[in-house]
Design a protein around this ligand. Structure first.
Ligand code: PLP
Length: 423
């Protein structure tokens, strides 16, 4: 499965049973093997942050115990080892998303920082009075607020693509909004609140036909499908390590080299310069130009370990397993008359967002926790989605490949119990 061929949830016909060995994979994630309030943990909050396999935990401990030092400028052995580990991780990211060059991989704090970097270094110089940035109703706040800030500063405006009642983008509306004043189209690849997989490749082609560059927020896509940035042909792609089984505090901005080359640095400081005098500073070449200051060295090494882990996984099997679980969970929840799903797109990944009639999602989340079921309740940093559906919040269960039917059954049982409690 590539970025251009996302999994579909269109039909409820049972696909071939997956051969993926989920129990062996679960054993790689030590945190899953515990009881919460006397129940086996059913960890269904993966869209917020996924868990790390032993391989990542161990590699972080090994690196910190043996090789840690500051990177890039040290002549001593530890600094050289740490620099190699850090730069090796960049190479792993490049291969993982099939970027053309390692210069196109900017290591940042997360998706939020990646988007802020583009808003600041691409958006600020590109936007002028009356220019437009097109985004969609289903964006995470981190792909709204940076654009609002830079648009306000530059006198530019946001144009917002509508979504339908299933939580799918209105592609006709999107096409209409792409005009001569559009300086960027920025949109989520997979929605964290709805699970919708947007047809990113088709949308990028639509924008490029009008000469408009595209940023994809891939925070929720990278853990659920193969990403090939050359195939997508997007200009920028942003994602976070902690949602793809790596540590927090690390993320990636992919950018096409020809764009990154023309953009000014995001922050000033160490490492992003080649020569500094009080009269003039010469910036470093890519990717260092965008990496000012001491980065999250251990975190980046941990991201590299997460990619190693994912590369050895039966990825197609894992994705088929996860898809089958999403189909199963969606069907089981739909059997409960009090439950309404929010987000029923034909193409979905991971997310089951729902409402229970007469019970606030926060109460649902709290009671589910008493059953050992970890979900998220709230607006999921996507308040415009809640406004679109005229609801304050949803309860969101989100899957990863290490979830199994027991997890989903525990969720469904706990939802039924919650309904009983409130009767
Ligand atoms: N975009 C999407 C779609 C997300 O789901 C998230 C986090 O939930 C973000 C952006 C922000 O990611 P981070 O907090 O890792 O920067």
């Amino acid at each position: 499965m590539t970025a251009s061929t996302p999994m579909k949830l269109a039909s409820h016909a049972a696909p071939a049973p997956p051969s993926f060995g989920v129990e062996a994979v679960r054993a790689d994630f030590p945190i899953l093997d515990q009881k919460i309030h006397g129940h086996p943990l059913a960890f269904l909050d993966n869209a917020a942050s996924s868990q790390r396999p032993r391989a990542v935990i161990d590699e972080i401990a090994r690196f910190d115990s043996n090789d840690y030092a500051n990177i890039h400028r040290g002549v001593h052995e530890l600094s050289q080892r740490a620099t190699k580990a850090y730069e090796d991780a960049r190479d792993k990211v490049q291969r993982f998303i099939n970027a053309r060059s390692r210069k196109e991989i900017i290591l940042v704090r997360g998706t939020t920082e990646a988007i802020n970097l583009v808003a600041s270094s691409f958006g600020r110089p590109a936007l002028h009075l009356g220019d437009e940035v097109v985004l969609t109703t289903m964006e995470h706040h981190s792909n709204i607020v940076p654009w609002q800030m830079v648009c306000r500063e530059r006198g530019a405006v946001l144009r917002v693509v509508e979504i339908n009642d299933r939580g799918e983008l209105d592609l006709d509306h999107l096409e209409k909004l792409l005009g001569p004043r559009t300086k960027l189209l920025t949109l989520v690849h997979v929605s964290n609140a709805l699970g919708t997989i947007n047809p990113a490749k088709e949308i990028v082609a639509m924008a490029h036909a009008r000469g408009i560059p595209v940023l994809l927020d891939g925070a929720q896509a990278v853990p659920h499908m193969r990403i090939d940035v050359q195939d997508l042909d997007c200009d920028f792609y942003a994602f976070s390590s902690h949602k793809m089984f790596g540590p927090t505090g690390v993320g990636v901005l992919y950018g096409k080299e020809k764009l990154l080359d023309t953009m000014p640095p995001y922050q000033g400081g160490g490492d992003m310069i080649s020569v500094v005098t009080f009269e003039k500073t010469f910036y470093n070449a890519l990717p260092a130009k965008f990496e000012a200051g001491t980065p999250n060295i251990t975190g980046v090494v941990g991201l590299g370990a997460a990619i190693d882990y994912l590369e050895q996984l039966d990825w197609d099997g894992a994705m088929a397993h996860e898809y089958e679980l999403l189909r199963y969970g969606t069907e089981r929840l739909a059997e409960i008359p009090e439950v309404t799903m929010v987000g029923t797109a034909a193409a979905k990944a991971s997310v089951m967002s729902f409402l229970i009639e007469g019970i606030h999602p926060h109460d649902v989340g709290t009671i589910l926790d008493r059953h050992g079921v970890a979900v998220r309740a709230g607006h999921h940093c996507a308040q415009p989605v809640m406004q679109r559906f005229a609801i304050p919040a949803t309860t969101r269960a989100s899957l990863a490949f290490y979830n199994n039917r027991d997890d989903v059954d525990a969720l469904v049982r706990a939802v039924r119990d919650t309904i009983e409690v409130f009767k």
